[in-house]
Design a protein around this ligand. Structure first.
Ligand SMILES: Cc1cc2nc3c(=O)[nH]c(=O)nc-3n(C[C@H](O)[C@H](O)[C@H](O)COP(=O)(O)OP(=O)(O)OC[C@H]3O[C@@H](n4cnc5c(N)ncnc54)[C@H](O)[C@@H]3O)c2cc1C
Length: 391
């Protein structure tokens, strides 16, 4: 039979396949990360400060508004593209990755999904142009048990008045808009939790101490203080008492973003280790010529590939409108384990030099640690996965 006459069944593309637009987007972010972010990484890590000029460039390049529709000034792109941006930035600097990750996968996402038309008109153009967003759920006493939060919101006339403190809020130093969770009725348990859109200059709102951290040091992590903070009732996001749903569902998407961040971190460290192993000579030849080192590099590459499949698949599932909760939890759990193992091995491949700050790999190792902690610790991911797989 002539070949053209054979009816080939349509087959799904490999998980690593990108469209032309996605490849172009990824290449642009990669080039930007190399040229503009890489030269600043060490100083930002040492000082624990994110360079404001980079944030301006993130906005100019559309990295802070990947999925925001064009009518609001955003890129009108996909969740998958946002994930590619987080991966590529994190390959160079995990702090750069998380600034963009929180904006896209938590803040923009929640507003696109839950905001009223009026809220979208008020906030999406700003989030696309120049306003960094933050997502404030955790408190000193409520992390894994997030719905035990104590921040209180009481309705007074046309406002809600909020009292309490939030802890660990990423982008806290730079943010102009906060999605903040408080309870309107502590007796109602999780059914009292409500999400609010809070602008930085609302009366009674202030940003407190910034944490001095082990890793992602340039990313700001801050306390938020609410004392008689007045929030107009038009700034309730979603329904009163349904904030728990917004929190859970937004974090499900966010976890794919953290998977992408950890994938980028692992790739960045692996690339350094691979190059160094070819340059460093012992016993008269590059250490990469020893099978023991080759096997270490091969193992690291295999783990990275597996993590990439999980991240890409979960992101594609989200874009396809499929249920991705289990896959997102598995992705974050696995990619953060891979990042920790790969970056640790990269330090070892550098030998003693890897243990010093003169070489880049120790930072990757420090940066990898957060993957198992934020947006739900590894135990919390396991709890979700167990619930979904054990019938
Ligand atoms: C750098 C950084 C940035 C962050 N950014 C944000 C942010 O932007 N917004 C935000 O809201 N929060 C943020 N967080 C907070 C983060 O999400 C919490 O730290 C995390 O959810 C863990 O909570 P916890 O620190 O209170 O730990 P705990 O909940 O006190 O957990 C302590 C240990 O107990 C384990 N554990 C707890 N409960 C169980 C259980 N039921 N079963 C088994 N093990 C359990 C945990 O796995 C962990 O090992 C950030 C944190 C950090 C460090």
């Amino acid at each position: 039979m002539p070949e053209a006459a054979v009816q080939k069944p349509e087959r799904p593309a490999p998980l690593v396949a990108l469209t032309d637009d996605e490849s172009l987007f990824r290449d642009n972010v990669r080039q930007f990360a190399e040229e503009k972010v890489r030269p600043l990484v060490r100083e930002m890590d040492e000082k624990g400060v994110f360079d404001p000029s980079l944030i301006r460039q993130f906005f100019e390049l559309g990295l802070m508004s990947v999925e925001i529709p064009e009518q609001y000034g955003g890129g009108g792109g996909s969740f998958f593209e946002a994930i590619l941006a987080v991966e590529e930035l994190s390959r160079v600097d995990a702090s750069a990755g998380v600034v963009v990750d929180v904006q896209n996968t938590l803040v923009n996402n929640a507003i696109l999904r839950w905001a009223t038309d009026d809220q979208k008109r008020r906030y999406l153009p700003r989030l696309a142009a120049d306003t960094v967003g933050a997502y404030a759920l955790s408190e000193a006493g409520s992390g894994s048990d997030a719905f035990a939060l104590q921040t209180r919101a009481q309705q007074r006339g046309s406002d809600y008045v909020l009292h309490g403190r939030k802890l660990w809020i990423t982008n806290g130093k730079e943010a102009g808009l906060f999605i903040l969770f408080a309870t309107v009725d502590p007796a109602a348990g999780y059914k009292g939790i409500t999400a609010f859109l809070i602008e930085r200059d609302f009366p009674g709102f202030s940003v407190g101490k910034k944490e001095d951290k082990l890793g992602i040091r340039a990313s700001s992590t801050c306390e938020l203080i609410l004392e008689e903070c007045k929030v107009p009732k038009e700034n309730v996001l979603g329904e009163v008492g349904k904030g728990y749903k917004i929190a859970i569902e937004t974090l499900n998407e966010g976890r794919i973003g953290i998977g992408a961040q950890m994938l980028g971190v692992a790739r960045g460290a692996w690339e350094y280790a691979m190059k160094y192993a070819q340059e460093r000579k012992q016993f008269g030849k590059p250490v990469a010529e020893f099978q023991g080192v080759q096997f270490q590099l091969a193992h690291m590459a295999t783990e990275i590939e597996a993590a990439r499949m999980m991240v890409y698949n979960a992101a594609r599932m989200k874009d396809a409108g499929l249920d991705f909760v289990k896959e997102a939890a598995m992705t974050k759990l696995f990619a953060s384990e891979v990042a920790e193992r790969v970056t640790s091995m990269a330090v070892e491949i550098y030998g003693g030099y890897g243990f010093t700050k003169d070489y880049p790999v120790e930072k990757y190792w420090r940066d990898s640690k957060i993957g198992k902690i934020y947006e739900g610790t590894s135990n919390m991911q396991l709890q979700t996965i167990a619930k979904l797989v054990i019938k």
